[in-house]
Design a protein. Structure first.
Length: 167
């Protein structure tokens, strides 16, 4: 019998999406040269990537940047997968909106309506109340932070250009 975490991962629910977008935002803010948070449009791009095992498997801390992530698709003759990313982002709009709503309502992300940014909330846990996430979920969270780090080094125009996404 599968564990609950395996089933939730398999369903790819917006709850997991909220958790991953929070980690994406943490990675972005912690690595941005001026400490900015990501604009909401970047969350839609990130959700399209993070909700796919094909894209998620290509994210690695061993890759130095977004350019190397894109290059791995062309080097492995999988550039057609990258070409489908734009359509994937469009098809995941409702999922991403629900994930953002869950993240905001649970206090993981905070809206800045003036800048259209989502700030990640730093959450400190004491040792008594600390909950552990599964190994697979932790790996996905680490990959989300890595993606946030990569995105933090570029403006939105560069990101969409590298990934072939049209806004």
């Amino acid at each position: 019998m599968k564990s609950l975490v395996d089933e939730v991962h398999e369903w790819n629910t917006p709850i997991i999406g909220a958790f991953l977008l929070w980690h994406f935002s943490l990675g972005y803010k912690r690595n941005h040269p001026t400490g900015e948070s990501p604009v909401v449009l970047l969350h839609f791009i990130a959700a399209g990537i993070l909700s796919s095992n094909v894209f998620l498997d290509k994210i690695s801390k061993h890759r130095p940047n977004l350019e190397s992530f894109v290059r791995c698709f062309t080097e492995s003759n999988e550039s057609d997968l990258l070409a489908c990313l734009h359509q994937r982002i469009i098809s995941k709009r409702a999922y991403t909106s629900a994930a953002i709503d869950i993240a905001v309502s649970s206090g993981l992300l905070v809206w800045d309506y003036d800048k259209a940014e989502l700030y990640p909330r730093e959450i400190s846990t004491n040792k008594r109340g600390k909950t552990q996430v599964g190994k697979d979920t932790k790996k996905m969270a680490d990959k989300a932070e890595t993606l946030g780090k990569w995105f933090s080094k570029h403006d939105i125009i560069s990101i969409t250009s590298y990934l072939g996404v049209v806004l």
